[in-house]
Each structure stands twice: as structure tokens, then as C-alpha cells.
Design a protein around this ligand. Sequence first.
Ligand SMILES: Cc1cc2nc3c(=O)[nH]c(=O)nc-3n(C[C@H](O)[C@H](O)[C@H](O)COP(=O)(O)OP(=O)(O)OC[C@H]3O[C@@H](n4cnc5c(N)ncnc54)[C@H](O)[C@@H]3O)c2cc1C
Length: 426
Amino acid sequence: MKSDHIIQIINEDLCVGCGTCVSICPNEALDIIIDKNKGIYIPKFNEKICNNCKTCLKVCPMYRFNLDSRNIPKDKKAENYLLGHFFNCYIGYATDVDIRYNSSSGGLITQLLIFALENKIIDGAIVTKMKKDNPLEPETFIARTKKDIIESSKSKYCPVPLNIVLREIINSKEDEKFAIVGLPCHINGIINAEKINKKLKDKIIIKFGIFCNHTPNFLATELYLEKKGIKKEKINKLEYRGDGWPGYMNIHLKDKSKINVPLPEYWHFIGSKIFYSKFCFMCQDATSESADISFGDAWLPEFMDDHIGTSIMISRTETGEKLLKMNKLENKIKLNKVNNNEVIKSQLEMLYVHKILNFRTKELLKHYNLFESNYLDFIIASLSFFNNYIFQFSFSMKVLKYMPFQIIWFYNTFFNTIYSIRARRN
Ligand SMILES: Cc1cc2nc3c(=O)[nH]c(=O)nc-3n(C[C@H](O)[C@H](O)[C@H](O)COP(=O)(O)OP(=O)(O)OC[C@H]3O[C@@H](n4cnc5c(N)ncnc54)[C@H](O)[C@@H]3O)c2cc1C
């Protein structure tokens, strides 16, 4: 077995299953599969074809925690320590009420993609929908029509091997240009891949990044449905968001009936710390810092009664700013510039976990500076790390099957409360 290989990342439980290595491997020695025990995507590796060129490691967003290479200032008080580099922060939504109501939050991603497509800025957008023949699995594809883009709107709270589509981009027609929508790990994988493949750099002209606390694994949704008594085989279509804000999980059954569960209710289970993988916990990029524009939900008191949906948006590059300043876009989206503190306020717990706790965990792992300062964060980091550790065993999942919802709710509330208290203190 080759040691300097993507297998090393998989063995350390750090593979996010983004699919970058699968697309970029010059020998096509990798494929993507679902690890049924862990409920995540991992690359399957054909040792006979591999010539140990290490390209897979070079593009991996988790190799040697490549995320550190983004020049995050060491001083946490630096202006952009929490959010990364940015030009402007906005709060807004798509003016088309249907798009806004049927998206995750304000429908800005969907509207901006439609605008870019209709104005021939791009020929297609790399987006993700749920599979028709397997409604619990995602499918990334190149959307080339408004209908395709609308079909792919809304967040998918399950693993997505987005970057397996990069091979299709590389092989697309010479002059075609694309936009891509992805989580921080996807975007960081693409940026690594662009360093190796110039075609990708020329073809992907705009990157939309999504804020991301973490991606729940497949076991989260499967176990939730099982506990609700909903059989997988009876599901025709599953949507994690939609029908306004914060929206519902809409489970469309084959008998044409529909079950909808409000986000706060199902997120306590699916989004709980139980299904929080080690790679997500170690990730230090919460707001897609490498994207041209990043998007999140406006989790602020003044928007809690807005039942249609409002997004938070950060423009980070000149490409992003140029798109937002286009005249024709004016009546398509409504935007208000806001201070970056508003963005921080809306994402306190997420930023605490990824920017402060992770830092502590890494120090903890390196066995230095232990308890030197902020010992409470060290303790919380150790607890969270222990939590990650125990839930990677299939035995834990078996126990969870029999655990009542209330205990899981209590477990999750415990973590949320300590994160919330520490986030406000930090
Ligand atoms: C796993 C995950 C975790 C998130 N965590 C947070 C958080 O902690 N805080 C926060 O404020 N917001 C978070 N978000 C972002 C939020 O849910 C919305 O995606 C964001 O507000 C954009 O809203 P919108 O209405 O503009 O998007 P829409 O117009 O509905 O468009 C959504 C776009 O995202 C793409 N997409 C959806 N899911 C995925 C996925 N898993 N991987 C790649 N592409 C995808 C779709 O293809 C579509 O193009 C998370 C999203 C995901 C998927």
C-alpha cells in the first residue's frame, strides 16, 4: 500500500468526499463510493492503475490542513480573522417571490445564477439536486437552463461529491464558461485543482460559496426517517429546505402525500453533534473564504419573523463585486450593505466552533500550550473531539437507533448551549 496517497487522508478520517481527487487523477485510478458504515463518500482506489504521482494529495482540501494556506491572521482580533478577506457584506433577497420562497433563505444564489446564464456571462452552472431514482442521494450536474437552476435550489444537508463534475468541465467545449456553487471544502478543492489544471481556472469564472457549519452524514437522515416511521422505499422526493424561511423538510411520498417538518424540529436531530464528522470539526473555513461571493442565512433577530426568507452575502473578489454591480441586476435582487459585525452576529456559534474551538483542538492535538489560556475552550474542544470519536463507531449508531428523540435533543442542546455561551464571551 502506498503511504503518500489519498488513502492516508481516508485512514485518518479526514476525507470530506468532495471528489476533487477523483476528477483530477491523471490515470483515472479513483472512483467515488459511499462508505455505508460511516454514511460518507470516499474515493475508491485502484492500486493497479495508480503510479503514485501524488496529484490526489496535492488537490485534497484536507491534506496537511491546506486550509491554513489562506493566510488567516494569527491575531484573532485582526479584522478578517472570522470572515476572511472581503469587499462588502450585504443582507438581501431575490425580488421574484417564487424564487425567494422556494429557496433555502433569500434565493440569492438561484437568482444570480439565472441572471448570469440569461445574460450569457456563463454557459452553465455546477449545482446539486437530489437524484430522481434515489431521493436520499445528491447529484451534481451542469445546469444549462433556468429550469435546471430552479430545480437545484435549496440546501442539501447530506454529503455531496460536487467536484467529480470537474472532469466534465475540463472536457467541455473550448470557450465555455461556468459558475460553481459549493461548500468551503468543495471550493478549496477546486482552487487546489486549478493550480494543476489551467483549463479549470479559465473555465470556472465565478465561485459561489455556501456558509457551512458542517455536513451531516447520510446516517443522520436515514436514522431520522426510521425513527419517524418513514420507510425509505416509500419516498418519492426529499427536500431539506423550502416553503419559506426557515422552511421545512418536505418528504413527498410515492402515494402523493407530503410530510413536512419545520427546520428547527428536524435540525435538532440531523444537525446534531452526533453526525458531526472529524473533517468538518477540523475545518477552519466556515464562510467559504476562498469563494468570489459567499452566502448564508440571516440568523438575526430582526429577520426571525420574515417567513419568506433573507440571505446574508459577502463579496470577496473583484469578480464578485463586478457581477453585483451590473445594472441589469438591479431589479432582480434587493440588497442592503451591512457592517461585517452583522454577519458575525448571525453566525456566532458556527464561527466559535471553526475559528476558536478548532484552533484549540489543533493545539490540543499537538500537545502544546495545553491549558495556557482559555482553558474552558480547551475543555470544550476536548469534549467535542471525544464526541466526534465515539460516534465514528457503528456500535454507537446501533445504540442511537434505540435512543429516544428527547435524549438526543438534550445531548445536542447541551453542546449548543455551551457553544452559544462561549461564542458570546469570545
Ligand atoms: C451543509 C450545509 C450547511 C450550511 N450551514 C450553514 C450555516 O451554518 N449557517 C448559515 O447561515 N448557512 C448555512 N448554510 C447555507 C444556507 O443553508 C443556504 O444555502 C444559503 O443561505 C444560501 O441560500 P439561498 O436561498 O441563496 O440558496 P438557494 O437559492 O436555495 O441555492 C442553494 C444552492 O446551493 C447548492 N447546494 C445546496 N446544497 C449543497 C451542498 N450540500 N453542497 C454543494 N452545493 C449545495 C444548490 O445546488 C443551489 O445552487 C448551509 C448549507 C449547507 C448545504
